[in-house]
Design a protein around this ligand. Structure first.
Ligand code: ADP
Ligand code: MG
Length: 604
């Protein structure tokens, strides 16, 4: 007797549902993607009890004919591909024809749908794959699908669901992933009658702000830098956070061809672009959209997987890193004005930039007011205008190395800032000074870090770090893991002024240290450098030097809150404002806060 028989569809669907529909969020994803595939302009999402009792998606898309409405719930029924070849030309979100049959196998589904040219629509009710009702109905153009009591007939699955709080968070994350890709579609998300999101149509940047501008870790468009790169292989677009927008739980999103994806390897590329700019454990927010020929990626991995395989990841990695860097590099050389509250648009040409003279050009000749729109073009300081032509051309290498051709400027520093010659200490470690530009508040420790960093980078690049012999060598013991990292660092450490002699297998004597370290703990500084280097951010030589310079600067800088004499404060201000880029520390923290005359007037 033969024992093999075909499973009834309802059973097959329930099994498939286990793969496709794991939780309310996966159901929401499928429904919203269908609405987008149907060309909707407006999508409304309603959920109850974190989607456990209700998930409803209402769209104004194309709708379905009577027979399509019925067909949509059949297994492998899809309008989106016809043959296997189409699989490699995918531009729609769905294609498997699995979602609706899976959902209706494990829930109570009610759908109404109507096409624009049809007088009446169709109502369809299906409970656990059993069609309960199909009849004509009055309904708006588009489709509304209600999914009630998910897993009502699969108690094990229902029990497996997490708390409402967790499931709601999953729903919201899923919603965000889609909403971030379709700023041209308006979305609402209502949970238990409470409006969580009401997102109008707008630009991509506006969409990001309408989603995250009110969240706990607020993110504003002024904190984002635009990136754009087109190559034959891939187009990369989107936004990355300025270093100062970094935080412990930054919003980080990759999308490819309109789909959210996770990509740990590309994530590394982005982080490498920020090397040396971020404080420990702080992550930059990013929203990066890849566009690539569909045959270059494989989305067919798994319906619920967000990892996507690229055919040529190795080639995309450096493109991505350079793109992010270019944006950061531009930012680094363009001081934008904090108190204006917004960005100065990146000027495209040198001429435009000169016309746009609202830059706090504080190291030019005294009497110069950076807040008037006229610029003294005959200024003798013209050459030191920080936005030199070669720094605005779109070669990121040039953009990112503003310090390389810039020898120390401190010695030939111009006059102190107009009116800045009477610095005042402000409790807590700040220095206040008045300038023609208004009131400046300087964070003394960060200013010192920035100054030392710039000096050290210059020394490292010229290979003449000032060194100081130790009377009594200090000891450094390294682990087996650390040793190769240390060996790789040795040449640069030497340029920085360290001298290390290997005493035993994994023990070194520190016989000389960079003079900048003075009486500070040399071993601790070396350890910090090792830790940073071991984080894998040192693939590039330049970065290695920057890491060393930053760590040494942080070790040697005055501590926060240290009392300073007037001479010391004046010294810091002179050296700081002589720098090309003094507005933020190398790891992206604010050094100077300005209060313009207008701002002061406004406050009274
Ligand atoms: P897939 O999206 O992979 O094609 P689904 O099971 O999600 O498979 O949907 C089956 C079909 O039902 C789709 O191909 C589409 O033709 C139709 N459909 C589903 N949802 C909608 C909708 N909101 N508006 C119009 N048509 C829809
Ligand atoms: Mg679908």
């Amino acid at each position: 007797m033969d024992v093999i028989r075909l499973l009834p569809d309802s059973v097959a669907n329930q099994i498939a549902a286990g793969e496709v529909i794991q939780r309310p969020a996966s159901c929401l994803k499928e429904l919203v993607e269908n609405s987008l595939d149907a060309g909707a302009h407006t999508i409304r999402v309603l959920v109850r009890d974190a989607g456990k009792s209700l998930i409803q998606v209402i769209d104004d898309g194309a709708g379905m004919s009577v027979s399509d409405a019925r067909m949509a719930f059949e297994r492998h029924a899809t309008s989106k591909i016809r043959d296997a070849q189409d699989l490699f030309r995918l531009r729609t979100m769905g294609f498997r024809g699995e979602a609706l049959p899976s959902i209706c196998a494990v829930a109570q589904v009610k759908m109404t749908t109507r096409r624009a040219n049809d007088e009446v629509g169709t109502l369809l009710e299906i409970n656990g794959s059993q069609v309960q009702k199909q009849e004509p109905c009055q309904c708006p153009v588009g489709t509304s699908i209600q999914v009630q009591n998910l897993f009502f007939n699969v108690p094990a699955r229902r029990r497996f669901l997490k708390s409402d709080q967790t499931e709601l968070r999953n729903l919201i994350t899923t919603f965000q992933h889609v909403a971030l890709v379709y700023p041209e579609v308006s979305f609402t998300f209502v949970s238990d009658d409470e409006i969580v999101y009401d997102l109008p149509v707008g630009t991509c940047k506006q969409r990001i702000e309408s989603i995250f501008g009110k969240s706990k870790s607020k993110l504003y468009t002024s904190q984002l830098l635009e990136i754009e790169q087109q190559t034959e292989l891939v187009t990369i677009r989107g936004f990355v956070g300025k270093p100062e927008a970094a935080n412990k739980q930054a919003q980080q999103f990759f999308f490819v061809n309109g789909r959210y994806m996770r990509h740990p390897y590309f994530h590394k590329a982005v982080l490498q672009a920020y090397a040396g700019m971020l404080p420990a454990e702080q992550l930059p927010p990013y929203f990066i959209y890849f566009d690539i020929a569909p045959e270059q990626i494989d989305v067919n991995v798994h319906p619920t997987k967000t990892e996507i395989k690229f055919a040529d990841e190795q080639s995309i990695f450096p493109i991505l890193m350079a793109t992010v860097r270019a944006a950061l590099g531009k930012f680094n050389v363009v001081p934008s004005i904090d108190f204006l509250g917004g960005d100065i648009e990146m000027p495209v040409s040198d001429e435009r930039m000169r016309a746009n003279a609202k830059l706090p050009e504080l190291h030019v000749s005294s009497g110069y007011n950076p807040f008037t729109t006229q610029r003294d073009t005959h200024s003798a300081q013209r050459e030191s205008f920080p936005l030199r032509k070669e720094q605005v051309i779109p070669h990121w290498q040039d953009l990112y190395e503003p310090l390389r051709q810039q020898p120390q400027q401190a010695e030939q520093a111009p006059d102190p800032l107009p009116g800045a010659s009477h610095p005042q200490a402000v409790a807590g470690g700040y220095i206040a000074c008045t300038t023609d530009a208004g009131l400046a508040l300087v964070h003394a420790r960060r200013a010192h870090i920035t100054i030392l960093y710039n000096e050290l980078v210059a020394q490292l690049q010229n290979r003449h770090g000032a060194s100081q012999q130790l009377l009594f060598p200090e000891q450094l013991a390294v682990s087996a893991d650390e040793q190769p990292v240390l060996e790789a660092l040795l040449p640069d450490l030497k340029h920085a002024g360290f001298e290390l002699e290997q005493a035993e297998a994994r023990h070194y004597d520190i016989t000389a240290i960079p003079s900048v370290l003075g009486n500070h703990n040399a071993e601790a500084a070396l350890r910090a450098i090792l830790t940073r280097a071991a984080d894998g951010q040192t693939a590039v030589r330049e970065q290695m030097q920057q890491q060393i310079a930053l760590t040494l600067a942080q070790s040697a800088a005055i501590p926060m809150g240290k009392a300073l004499s007037e001479t010391e404060m004046q010294n810091i201000l002179n050296r700081l404002f002589a720098l090309q880029s003094y507005r933020i520390t190398p790891d992206g923290k604010t050094v100077v806060v300005w209060l313009s005359a207008e701002e002061i007037a406004r406050r009274f």
